[in-house]
Design a protein around this ligand. Sequence first.
Ligand SMILES: [Zn+2]
Length: 280
Amino acid sequence: MHRFQGSLFPVNAYLVETATGVVVVDSTLGVSDGRALRRRVDALKKPLAAILITHSHPDHYGGLTSLLDGADVPIYAVAGVNDVIRRDDAAKEQILRPMFGDEWPAARTFPNRTVRDGERLSVADAVFVVTDLGPGESAYDSLWRLETGGVPQAFVGDLVFSHMHAYLADGFYDRWLANLERAKREFPTDTTLFMGHGEPVTGLAILDWQATYIERFLDVLRSAVEMDGLQGDALADAVTVAMKEFLPSDDLLFLMRLSIEPMRARLDLRYGKRLANVAT
Ligand SMILES: [Zn+2]
């Protein structure tokens, strides 16, 4: 198992090396990172047998075009992930082109094989089992367990951020919390979780940590809006201070900050009971 971390954007892809080939899980965001990932595959001197995609966010599939570099390789995803990637591609182009320029590929590549919940996929002597999670951290999530290798291992995408701040802007927090509960029920307790962001972790305690992070974010946001009447930068600053108390790190902090306004709208929070009381 090899972890590849993007340079353009801090996101992981994984290379599962078997006796006969390499299976890559996720592909990072940009053109240069996709190319570097391909070089890591080529350095193993085994064929790129398949690519698995965990969820619908562009930092996990944007590198596909340069990873493939024209090769005809099966790219597996559950139908919901494939559908959302294709559905949202035009909107992601509008957002990512100004941010990343030519690093966002001119022609995106999408999954070309779909799998069903619970399906076992045998590829290059490895067996993966996919779990279709539905909406969660992104508009459509899944995870892949590796059944070969002797110890329980799961590629969980962004179901869990490895002690980094989280992206909550898609708003499916209730489904995300349910997905964390599901993983807790279904994973063996000694599973090693390979996340989309940060270091792998063995054991399931981090699932509870992620749920607490989400709940803390919701509490802090509600209180800052409804009790303190904060908005705009003042709201973002207050939530940031509180979340940094929970997790004293700047890793992916900007993703949490980007989530504040969309989540306020999603929760339909009304500003400033406290201020309203003062006014009356
Ligand atoms: Zn991600």
